[in-house]
Design a protein around this ligand. Structure first.
Ligand SMILES: Cc1ncc(COP(=O)(O)O)c(C=O)c1O
Length: 486
């Protein structure tokens, strides 16, 4: 193994104003991407690098943790931190903007349900009165009322300069002002550097996927969907006459080796695999992009809750790896509420043009008032403030759930708004029934499989921690533990 290297030109700019760990991670990421650090090489210890750069050890530890999480680095017994076996990539990586060049001079709803008695509805929606531990919904009680009201009030008032009368023929791409604001948001929060021409405003992630499917799929096309995965993605594929090809996932997310070569699209959730919770490491992201380039398939990156990661900073979106083969889907559904009905899609401008054209043909559009409200929230900084507050709220809830379920094997507890409890197949129905009898709604992992029962590798429950009130959440999880452990 090559010895520790201290000769990298790393320089910390204390005037920069941003987190020093992010700056350091950005510089190291560039060195890794450009192959200046090679697989198996050992990085300096946190103490040595911190001393060399004149920063605290925490700065170095956080930077290393981020790069561990992204799959660039790995820890080896007795060898410290080493560069993972990862291909250098010639194109810029998402997150590279975090770096400063070494020479720079400074630079009430907690419930859902349909009327009826206690019990679980067939559609997985809890009955009124049950504590909702189902996934898929955010904590809408956390919305900041003044900011929310301000945005919607402003959105509904016409203004000859900023907001003239609503256009009788709304722009199929979405409001230019919102797309401009979104380009900034995606750059800051998801490491995506894109132009307005790459953006189309949708009604949400699923609507964006449906529009893509309506534009590029022909009957009989084969579409890869994560198994287990987001059931509505399968509904979209089937509704367009295409064939769903279940593609296995493991604890890191989509398994790229062995993807069939004849897929037209592959739908994936790399920031936080739905529902198992894996975060796709960089080598797999690179392999997936290489696979798409080779086969001519498009990768659909559903970034439905990528803003919510608790152990390290959220991973940059995969879109930046190669916008020619990735279509990125974002939504306000988890950040704010599905009721807002605004999302976005980023893709190659040629494809965005085709989607806009198709959209006109289908009379598919996003409410202009909703678009204006989201633009207001973005421009005032309220959306990002809300996400920061919600990240703290969900991190707290996650801790609470993990504590209440102590001793039970959990998966995917570092990101998102849900986690998975492993249970032997024979116990799932019994636990769900007992929980329902106690007024607790939980979902089974079974619902996320698309292939026949015999191929299901895992069984258990998917626990959402955003819908219920905190006090209900704690007591429901405590009760769930009693039911499971006995
Ligand atoms: C993986 C995934 N994608 C998308 C969505 C929904 O997004 P939207 O409401 O914007 O269609 C969900 C909601 O639970 C989801 O789990």
């Amino acid at each position: 193994m090559t010895t520790t290297r201290l000769d990298l030109p790393l320089v910390i700019d204390h005037e920069d104003g941003g987190p020093l760990s992010r700056q350091l991670a950005g510089q190291l990421r560039t060195a890794l991407r450009e192959g200046r650090l090679l697989a198996g090489e050992r990085l300096p210890s946190t103490r040595a690098l911190a001393a060399g750069l004149g920063v605290s050890r925490t700065v170095v530890t956080e930077a290393y943790q981020q790069l561990y999480a992204e799959g660039w680095l790995e820890g080896r017994q007795g060898s410290g931190t080493v560069v993972a076996d990862i291909a250098p990539c010639p194109f810029p990586m998402p997150g590279d903007h975090d770096e400063r060049p070494p020479t720079a001079g400074g630079s009430a709803a907690g419930r859902r349900g349909s009327p009826g008695g206690a019990g679980v509805a067939d559609d997985g929606v809890p009955r009124v009165g049950m504590v909702d531990l189902g996934p898929g919904v955010p904590w809408v009680g956390g919305l900041d009322s003044p900011a929310w009201r301000r945005a919607w009030r402003a959105a509904s008032i016409s203004d000859p300069v900023v907001r003239p009368e609503p256009d009788a023929r709304p722009d199929p791409y979405g409001l230019h002002g919102l797309r401009t604001a979104l380009a900034g948001y995606l750059r800051r929060s998801r490491g995506i550097s894109c132009t307005v021409e790459e953006l189309l405003v949708t009604r949400g992630a699923t609507n964006g996927f449906d529009l893509l499917a309506a534009t590029v799929l022909s009957p009989g096309d084969r579409v890869g969907v994560e198994e287990p995965g987001y059931r509505k993605a399968c509904n979209v594929v089937r509704a367009r006459g295409a064939e769903v090809v279940p593609c296995p996932v493991d604890e890191h997310g989509l398994v790229v080796d062995g993807l069939p070569g004849d897929l037209r699209l592959v739908y994936t959730t790399p920031s936080h695999q739905y529902p198992m919770g894996g975060v796709l490491p960089v080598p797999r992201r690179q392999a997936l992009v290489a696979w798409a380039r080779r086969t001519g398939a498009l990768i659909v990156e559903d970034d439905y809750d990528g803003e919510f990661r608790y152990d390290v900073a959220p991973l940059p979106a995969m879109y930046g790896l190669d916008p020619a083969v990735v279509v990125y889907l974002g939504t306000t559904g988890k950040m704010l509420s599905p009721a807002v009905g605004v999302g976005w899609l980023a893709a190659d401008p040629g494809l965005v043009g085709a989607l806009a054209e198709r959209r006109v043909a289908l009379s598919d559009r996003t409410s202009v008032v909703s678009q204006e409200a989201v633009r207001e929230l973005l421009e005032a900084g309220d959306l990002e403030r809300h996400v920061r507050r919600m990240r703290a709220e969900y991190a707290h809830r996650r801790r609470l759930v993990v504590e209440a379920l102590a001793g039970i094997p959990l998966r995917g507890d570092t990101a998102g708004l849900h986690l998975v409890i492993d249970l032997p197949p024979g116990r799932v129905a019994e636990v769900v029934e007992k929980a329902a009898a106690d007024g607790i709604h939980v979902e089974t992992l079974d619902r996320y499989y698309h292939a026949p029962t015999s191929t299901r590798a895992l069984s258990g429950l998917v626990i959402g921690y955003a819908a219920a009130r905190q006090t209900e959440l704690r007591s429901a999880c405590t009760r769930l533990r009693e039911i499971i452990i006995g």
